[in-house]
Design a protein around this ligand. Structure first.
Ligand SMILES: *Cc1c(COP(=O)(O)O)cnc(C)c1O
Length: 491
């Protein structure tokens, strides 16, 4: 057994931190941008004290939701750490609980990118990716539709108020009959199918539905492939369409999904070509399709390139788009960068390899840090979504000041449960001076994280602090949400 080093749990925090200012990012839809053009803003802090006063004054727009702050998310990560410090000084139980900061301004900026690059494609946000109540309200206010996969998701969107059921696509090709019936009852008509049995179910439970045939797309260039579970091969599409015709069902369009976390945007070209083939097959059986649903899979870093491939392919295969509506089902594109997580180092262990003065390797890192969120919580994305996370130091030895000269050590980061699978980061470099009570930060924690977090081992799902973002975009976000609230929605 290696000894756990006991260190002071609550170190004093250096309150001399300051807000920072970032220049607006520039994006281009030309499809020739390098990764460097679209890297996230650096987490470099400038010394500038302006703007912190407004951050302390959160406002309530929706009485049932947490209040809204303004200001840069990194400021709120620090404020959250200081608040935790204060609470632990007051002996509040669970004071050092991990927490998220959600930057709604980032969602807004992603929407601007979307509208700029794909102005003719209406996004239907895939809510399974992160059904956060503010994210849904903001996207509803911005005019997005929603891709729902279950009754629960449909009710969640409809309960916002102000979202007409026609702005929902029930994009699960394998639905329980009762779910189909309920969709019909609440006015959700647009739904996908990819097999014969689904057609029989729909003809019984919601014969007036508007159907979208989900076809297979090449998903080999994605982190999470879907073909093994969903999608009709082009060869079976004619028989599916003929059956739909027999059952007097209304087939209106085609959809596909190139896989989640798609890293080669050229797959959209092939997918659009297949969709075109289905439009032609449908015409043979007497359907005039008018909806093209290009699915999700959009990655933040390759979005502009993907948008170019997609637009070019649509232009090539649907030269006369007259009367054809194009929609998409983006999920992670909207939310992945909008959420950051702060987690507290609750324990630290120096394995005996160090004692034996062996060189640390990635299998035997020198220092093991235990934090209070893990793969059963927010970091389930590591198991289910194949994400790789990178911690950064939020506080070091009780201070927000992390000197770049600080010597680094090979380290591993672990979640709080008693399961050895609960490893957040098997090998990374962290300052050797990190102590129990210090905080680690994680960016890009918005997609497929909170939504699938469990309370395994009695650890609660981490809270969220919301900000409308830094100067500029903050006003726009506030305006959109306030407009939505003023119409009486989501109260
Ligand atoms: C999960 C899913 C999406 C969203 O995928 P992202 O990769 O997050 O964009 C869209 N459509 C369907 C049908 C999905 O299952």
């Amino acid at each position: 057994m290696s000894p756990v080093e006991i260190l002071p749990a609550f170190s004093p925090v250096d309150f001399s931190f300051s807000t920072d200012s970032f220049s607006e990012q520039k994006y281009s839809c030309k499809g020739n941008d390098t990764v460097n053009d679209i890297l996230p803003p650096s987490t470099y802090f400038k010394h500038d004290d302006s703007g912190s006063a407004e951050d302390d004054d959160p406002k309530v727009l929706f009485p049932d939701l947490p209040p809204l702050f303004t200001g840069h998310p990194d400021v709120h990560l620090r404020n959250g750490v200081m608040k935790a410090q204060q609470m632990s000084a007051d002996h509040v139980p669970d004071a050092e609980r991990a927490f998220f900061v959600a930057d709604l301004g980032q969602i807004y900026r992603q929407h601007q990118r979307w509208v700029k690059c794909l102005p003719d494609i209406q996004p239907f946000y895939a809510i399974k990716c992160n059904p956060d109540p503010y994210v849904l309200r903001l996207l509803a206010a911005l005019g997005a539709g929603f891709d729902c996969a279950s009754n629960g998701e449909i009710s969640q969107v409809l309960s916002l108020g102000g979202v007409d059921p026609s702005r929902i696509i029930f994009a699960n090709p394998c639905k329980a009959t009762s779910f189909i019936r309920n969709a019909g009852k609440v006015g959700v008509d647009l739904m996908t199918f990819d097999n014969m049995d689904e057609l029989y179910k729909i003809s019984r439970a919601h014969p007036g539905a508007k159907l979208v045939v989900r076809i297979l797309a090449d998903d080999s260039k994605s982190l999470c492939a879907f073909n093994i579970k969903f999608g009709a091969a082009l060869e079976v599409v004619p028989s599916l369409l003929a059956k739909a015709r027999d059952l007097r069902l209304d087939v209106v369009g085609v959809s596909f999904h190139v896989g989640s976390g798609c890293y080669d945007p050229s797959v959209y070209t092939d997918a659009i070509m297949r969709a075109r083939a289905v439009f032609d097959m449908a015409q043979q059986v007497g359907y005039e399709l008018n909806l093209l649903d290009v699915g999700g899979g959009f990655e933040d870093s390759s979005f502009e390139r993907a948008a170019t491939f997609l637009s070019d392919a649509i232009h090539q295969y649907f030269p006369d788009r007259h009367g054809i509506r194009v929609i998409a089902e983006p999920g992670r594109f909207y939310v992945s960068k909008a959420f950051s997580l702060a987690a507290n180092i609750i324990a630290r262990r120096v394995p005996p390899t160090e004692v034996a003065s062996e060189k640390p390797t990635s299998d035997h890192p020198m220092v093991m840090y235990y934090i209070n969120d893990g793969v059963y919580g927010a970091f389930n994305c590591i198991l289910f979504d194949h994400q790789v996370v990178h911690p950064y130091v939020l506080s070091l030895n009780g201070s927000f000041h992390v000197p770049s000269s600080e010597p680094l050590q090979t380290s591993s980061v672990w979640g709080p449960t008693c399961d050895s699978i609960d490893c957040v980061c098997p090998s990374t470099k962290l300052p050797g001076a990190l102590q129990v009570g210090d905080w680690l930060g994680f960016h890009n924690m918005g997609a497929y994280t909170i939504c699938a977090a469990s309370q395994f081992n009695g650890f609660e799902v981490s809270n969220v602090i919301y900000t409308t973002g830094s100067v500029g975009v903050s006003k726009e976000v506030w305006g959109a949400l306030a407009g939505f609230a003023a119409e009486g929605h989501g109260l």
